[in-house]
Design a protein around this ligand. Structure first.
Ligand SMILES: [Zn+2]
Ligand SMILES: [Zn+2]
Length: 287
């Protein structure tokens, strides 16, 4: 018997070519076909250039985006992805990102979210005044022109300049937007749309495989796709006194359709945690 999603048409709301990342694993692992929703303007839900506020936290936005496909397409399953990139609080000069992919099956009542954190990104944000000689070097450091960039007036972020094709165009846009901004400065920022960002496309590809592999696993109780990790329980007993520590004791796999859950022991086979990780034993040792 084949996988429940064999020959299933799965909707993907995108205007940024994300189907190039999503379609191969879904075809190869599940035999499913990805179909894109051409009329859905996902920009309405917010974009990386920051000109539209996001309606809900990122995971919720992502699931809502997947469900948008049901309005325009005759499908029961849909996928959407959402990414967030920027500086890390603790390490301001080291940008990072997280990608989220939501899968919704409205027939079976499934909602599965997979995420992937990454340090691989060209995300950068620079602020320039008109005539700054470093604009070209900054654009090149973000991979331009293979990677896209946006230019935005610092005091009016409602109209980012997209589709810049040459360094001369980038420089001209920075000068124009800086002069237009009340504070005389313009922002030069990486374009994170998948079709203009090969590194992001690569992360999306890896995340797509992760999601398709998860959907390959069927619930042992109800046979719904997507049985897998839902939480990690802490409290692995201390090797000395047996008290619960902050170490992970076991993993829990679950089904989002019927609620069935099953515990799975640690992959490394540990049954106890080292004394050093135990608050009780550490205090006893110190006194
Ligand atoms: Zn189930
Ligand atoms: Zn102990």
């Amino acid at each position: 018997m084949g996988h429940p999603y064999q020959h299933e048409r799965i909707g993907l709301a995108t205007i940024h070519g994300k189907d190039l990342a999503v379609a191969p694993p879904f075809r190869r692992l599940l035999g499913a076909e990805i179909v894109t929703a051409p009329d859905v303007d996902t920009d309405a839900l917010g974009t990386f250039s920051g000109e539209i506020g996001r309606p809900a936290p990122i995971v919720e936005t992502c699931a809502l985006k997947a469900e948008l496909a049901f309005q325009t397409m005759d499908v029961d399953c849909a996928i959407a992805s959402e990414g967030s990139y920027g500086p890390i609080d603790r390490l301001p000069f080291r940008p990072a990102g997280v990608e989220i992919m939501a899968f919704v099956d409205r027939q079976r009542g499934l909602r599965i979210i997979e995420t992937m954190a990454t340090h691989r990104t060209n995300w950068r944000l620079f602020t320039f005044r008109a005539g700054d000689a470093l604009v070209r070097a900054a654009a090149i450091s973000m991979g331009f022109p293979e990677y896209g960039v946006f230019v935005i007036a610092n005091k009016d972020r409602s109209q980012p300049i997209k589709g810049l094709a040459s360094l001369d165009e980038v420089v001209a846009a920075v000068d124009r937007e800086a002069n237009r901004s009340d504070d005389g400065s313009a922002i030069l920022i990486a374009d994170m749309r998948a079709h203009r960002n090969p590194t992001r496309m690569k992360v999306l590809r890896a995340l797509s495989w992760k999601l398709a592999r998860r959907l390959q696993q069927l619930c042992p109780k109800c046979q719904a796709p997507g049985f897998g990790h839902i939480e990690s329980r802490r409290g692995l007993p201390c090797e000395g006194c047996g008290d619960a520590t902050h170490w992970i004791d076991f993993e829990v796999d679950g089904c989002s359709a019927c609620g069935h859950a099953a515990a799975r022991p640690r992959k490394d086979g540990r049954r106890t945690a080292p004394r050093l990780s135990c608050a009780g034993c550490r205090t006893a040792h110190a006194s």
